[in-house]
Design a protein around this ligand. Structure first.
Ligand code: G4P
Length: 533
């Protein structure tokens, strides 16, 4: 049997798991690639089933329609499928830049990322931002250069741009032969194969021909002379100029292998999938405040990295997405909900198999399970077999945009509060209750989120609301010795609010104000992030 990981000591079921996300700038082809993964992973029968999502995201109103159709977005949040000897868990990252905090948290639940770039556009702004988040966690990155069936940039230029822009070494796993209309396929450098693209059938996998090195006469049978000499020349140069694949360096996040392909033509996708499978990584240890949790530990431990509410608006149910950090989970297990110190019987966990959800009879470290609940589970919560663990590294960011929110009907203030608390717990917005006055201040990262919130409150709670300009523009969590905090709070009542956890927040419209407080009150800390525990 193939060595499925760097760690032959891991239980086989854990060693074969690969949990990853795809990051990209909108339009680079993430949805198309996801769909091809599911197709080749046997999770869907036909291309076109996930497409609706990518298209719907394009416009504001469609986006909201999509948000209402919770079914689609939820089932697409985590998808599991088999590929050869491997079990893949693909965690979806929201594509829109307004949802970057959600994306950040999603990336805490994966062990690797695939970076998709458009061969004509190279590294774009959103790719760079997401890449930086991956780097903070030293995530191994595999790169897929998409749309090679269109006019793309020169191969060396693309590689140089990634190296320079993202400060990461790049090693070619495949090399494109021609581009645009002349794109024939790729030379698979890692396996010495020629992969030829089938233009007639977009869902067919490329023909693969074993080649014995670049002098093999078989090459000339398939590649026209001019393209062949260019290929030989470029590969020579690549060998000289670019680093060779080194698994350790890849796993440490210093080197990214790049595949060239065309997702829409199913080209290069299987090679990329084999790359994730063969090079790993297997489920990695997760960090808790107390210690590192190794995947092979016998006992189950996991953490909530995402909560999605109102999949069924009639029952206010929520699904908490849990990344299993260790152990072998079985349906019906009683786990300790560490925050409330209460046991929780997990009787209906779900696994997401493309468009369907299925009861998860069992799951292993590395898997993502969904746990339906009525609000007990929040982002950052730990579930264990008894140990009081606190997973770290799931931050909450200070919102960049603040607005006041009012219910259209003043009699419905209580309803509004309930709705807002739900969204705060879901991580969809920050909700601050100022200590003076009766309203709420809502904070988000991107303006589109206000529209989505208003629409959800109206649909899910039958409550029309208005968002209005707030006098504040920034929020900071205030911590410090109790007496100092109390004194500060009493002296600044007009600026003080509490978040949904009851933590103290200072609201202001001036950065200058924040600097002044930090200078005048050295015992206090005003932070733009807080760990969601
Ligand atoms: P995203 O999720 O990253 O936003 O990208 P998505 O997959 O939705 O793809 C964006 C556009 O790029 C789509 O075109 C898609 O068909 C196209 N595309 C994806 N992969 C390839 C490829 O390998 N080659 C070429 N030429 N195009 C590709 P669209 O016009 O927006 O949608 P559609 O009308 O094609 O469905």
């Amino acid at each position: 049997m193939k060595d499925l990981s760097n760690r032959p000591d891991l239980p086989a079921e854990i060693a074969r798991r690969r949990t990853f996300a795809i990051i990209s700038h909108p339009d680079a082809g993430k949805t198309t690639l996801t769909e091809k993964f599911l197709l080749f992973g046997g999770a869907i029968q036909m291309a076109g089933q996930v497409r609706a999502k990518g298209e719907a995201r394009r416009t504001r109103s469609d986006f909201m329609k999509l948000e209402q159709d919770r079914g689609i977005s939820v089932s697409a949040s985590a998808m599991s499928f088999e590929f050869g000897p491997y079990r893949f868990n693909l965690v979806d990252t929201p594509g829109h830049s307004d949802f970057s905090e959600d994306t950040y948290r999603t990336l805490t639940a994966v062990d690797a990322a695939i970076m998709v770039i458009d061969g004509a556009k190279g590294v774009e702004s959103q790719t760079r931002k997401l890449f930086e988040v991956c780097r903070l966690r030293d995530l191994p990155i595999l790169t897929f250069c998409n749309k090679m069936d269109r006019e793309a940039r020169d191969t060396f230029e693309i590689i140089d741009e990634i190296q320079e822009n993202l400060a990461i070494d790049v090693t070619p796993a495949s090399w494109p032969i021609g581009m645009g209309r002349d794109f024939l396929g790729c030379y698979d450098i890692l396996n010495d194969r020629l992969e030829l693209m089938d233009r007639a059938d977009r869902n067919r996998v490329a023909e693969s021909i074993k080649i014995e090195g670049l002098d093999d006469p078989k090459l000339a049978q398939h590649v026209p002379a001019e393209q062949l000499s260019k290929l030989r020349e470029e590969l020579e140069m690549a060998k000289e100029l670019l680093p060779a694949f080194d698994r350790k360096s890849f796993l440490e996040g210093h080197l990214t292998p790049i595949w060239f392909g065309s997702a829409i033509n199913s080209f290069g996708v299987k090679e990329l999938m084999s790359g994730i499978g063969d090079f790993g990584p297997e489920p990695q240890p997760q960090t808790a405040a107390e210690r590192q949790i190794a995947p092979e530990e016998g006992k189950v431990a996991g953490f909530v990295f995402k909560v999605q509410a109102n999949m069924d608006p009639k029952h206010r149910d929520r699904v908490a997405f849990v990344r299993l950090a260790s152990g072998h989970f079985e349906r019906g297990m009683k786990l300790l909900h560490v925050r409330s110190k209460k046991p929780m019987a997990v009787s209906n966990p779900v696994l997401f198999l493309a468009a369907d959800r299925e009861l998860a009879e069992e799951a292993w470290a590395g898997d993502i399970i969904g746990i339906p609940n009525h609000g007990q589970l929040r982002i950052g919560d730990a579930l264990t077999e008894g140990e009081a663990l606190k997973f770290t590294g799931i931050p909450s960011f200070a919102p960049e945009l603040l607005q006041n929110v009012r219910a259209g009907d003043p009699m419905k203030a209580k309803h509004l509060e309930k709705a807002l608390m739900q969204f705060a717990e879901e991580g969809a917005a920050k909700v601050f209750k100022p200590s003076i006055g009766s309203g709420f201040v809502v904070g988000v990262v991107g303006p589109l989120q206000f529209d989505v919130l208003a629409s959800r409150i109206e649909i899910e709670y039958s409550l029309p609301v208005r968002f209005e300009q707030s006098q504040f523009t920034s929020a900071r969590w205030v911590t410090g010795p109790k007496a100092d905090v109390e004194k500060f709070v009493n002296a600044n009542k007009g600026h003080i609010a509490h978040d949904h956890d009851g933590d103290i927040v200072y609201l202001t419209r001036l950065q200058w104000d924040i600097d002044r407080i930090e200078r005048d009150h050295p015992a206090l800390k005003l932070s733009a992030t807080k760990e969601m525990m």
